[in-house]
Design a protein around this ligand. Structure first.
Ligand code: HAM
Length: 425
């Protein structure tokens, strides 16, 4: 017999875990809405070029990790590895900027990257993220960062480190790239194979390399923050000033370059000491050129995204909110075919009044059905047996008190509703 398993790097979220997911998603939604971000839902796949153009040809995501396929019309399509490019595409396509100069959007969605699965790194994972489109103001960067940190603190996460850098703009970054190339010229032979290639294509990536040899060679490497143009420098200083004013603690990290090429000016990451090698809980930054690059009119923007699986991993080690499984209000115990017919009617009426109820579909005995009712945490059991049915009666059993009484079947829906109302919540 063939037995199927989940695809490598993917996982089921089982019913017992869904409560916690919903609780986290709910908190995220509440916070996003408190900051006046509106939810957007984009398709799960997009034209491949959307990602290769925005994330960058030389990045690991585009070079190695995208799930790309051709459809029957021979179009190259890719499962979204991240949410920023699709949101920007939707912003341009739907002319969202026409309604307001400031558009603030959020999403919670699955993402796909063919990375080597390990602790905290999956091939299908989930992100929540925001994109604030339209503002150049450093205060907008700070709002984004405050929201990112606010969600963690609302969920009770501690021991987080906010890392900040500025990656400059199209004026100062090319100059810094040359500074890096020159600095590394005499050290190339000591760098790893990947960094030798990065030296030509994108030397900023070398800052991020974890190879000990590369770290050693780059110990005294110049950082972007010391080569910012006056405009980027002013912007970054203002972001820092506002963060300090709000008492948001951060660490400057000159090696922070992010794994996506669209960033300009502010870049940040939130790390957790609890996560091991994959320690980034979330990250983001400014991307003032992306909207124009994708065919829109020049519009600045800033955003962030965070991994939900990683968040849950940290929550499991600190304090997960207690989510008890939703229990049933009523279990209808049915004995015989005639009782089943009546039960289906009663159940439909109750369910349409949003009473959580269920019945037996596998022909269990009275005892086994009552055991099932108990296991499901039902407050009441309505027992419809052949004999009671002939008399137009049913037995209503209070499961906690183990007391039962006969009631009129015709009045059973009202009776159950009344009792539940008296007992709620
Ligand atoms: P990112 O840093 O690539 O940024 O991803 C954000 C977060 O997604 C990471 O910090 C991590 O928590 C989670 N994540 C990424 N890859 C995986 C994986 N393979 N398995 C589990 N979790 C993962 C972005 O995606 C940008 N779009 C963020 C952004 C929004 N920048 C501006 N706006």
């Amino acid at each position: 017999m063939v037995s199927f398993q989940t695809v490598k790097g993917t996982h089921d979220i089982l019913p017992e875990e869904v409560g916690l997911w919903r609780c986290v998603e709910e908190k995220v939604r509440q916070m996003m809405e408190a900051y006046n971000y509106l939810e957007i839902r984009t398709p799960i796949f997009e034209h491949t070029e959307l990602f290769s153009r925005s994330i960058g040809q030389d990045t690991d995501i585009v070079g190695k990790e995208m799930y790309t396929f051709s459809d029957k019309g021979n179009r190259s399509l890719t499962l979204s590895p991240e949410g920023t490019a699709p949101v920007v595409r939707a912003y341009i396509q739907n002319n969202l900027g026409a309604q307001s100069p400031q558009v603030k959007l959020f999403y919670i969605a699955p993402m796909f990257r063919q990375e080597n699965p390990q602790q905290g790194r999956f091939r299908q994972f989930h992100q929540y993220g925001i994109e604030a489109i339209g503002s150049l103001d450093p205060a907008q960067d700070v709002e984004v960062i405050t929201l990112a940190m606010g969600i963690y603190s609302e969920l009770g996460l501690q021991k987080l480190s906010l890392r900040m850098n500025s990656v400059g703009c199209r004026i100062c970054r090319p100059i810094y790239r040359d500074v890096l190339r020159n600095f590394l010229k005499s050290r190339i032979s000591a760098l790893c194979k990947d960094c030798v290639q990065r030296h030509e294509e994108n030397p900023l990536r070398i800052l991020d390399c974890k190879e000990p040899a590369c770290r050693e060679q780059t110990e005294d490497i110049p950082f972007m923050i010391d080569h910012l143009c006056p405009e980027c420098s002013r912007h970054f200083a203002k972001v820092q000033e506002l963060l300090s004013q709000l008492d948001v603690a951060y660490v400057l990290d000159g090696r922070l370059v992010r794994g996506l090429d669209y960033y300009t000016k502010t870049a940040f990451e939130v790390l957790s000491g609890e996560l091991g090698a994959q320690d980034a809980l979330g990250g983001g930054g400014r991307y003032d050129d992306l909207i124009e690059m994708l065919g829109g009119s020049p519009t600045p923007a800033v955003g962030f995204a965070a991994g939900i699986e990683r968040l849950l991993m940290v929550l499991s080690r600190e304090k997960r909110p207690r989510v008890s499984p939703r229990s049933l209000d009523l279990f209808v115990v049915v004995l015989g075919d005639d009782a089943k017919k009546v039960a289906l009617k009663v159940l439909r009426q109750l369910r349409h009044k949003l009473v959580r109820c269920d019945t037996d579909f596998v022909g269990r005995s009275l005892k086994a059905q009552l055991r099932a009712a108990n296991r499901l945490g039902a407050r009441y059991a309505l027992i419809i047996g052949e004999e009671e049915l002939h008399r137009g009666k049913a037995i209503l059993r209070d499961m906690d008190k183990s007391q039962q009484e006969e009631i009129d079947l015709n009045e059973s829906v009202q009776e159950v509703c009344d009792r539940l109302a008296r007992r709620s919540p």
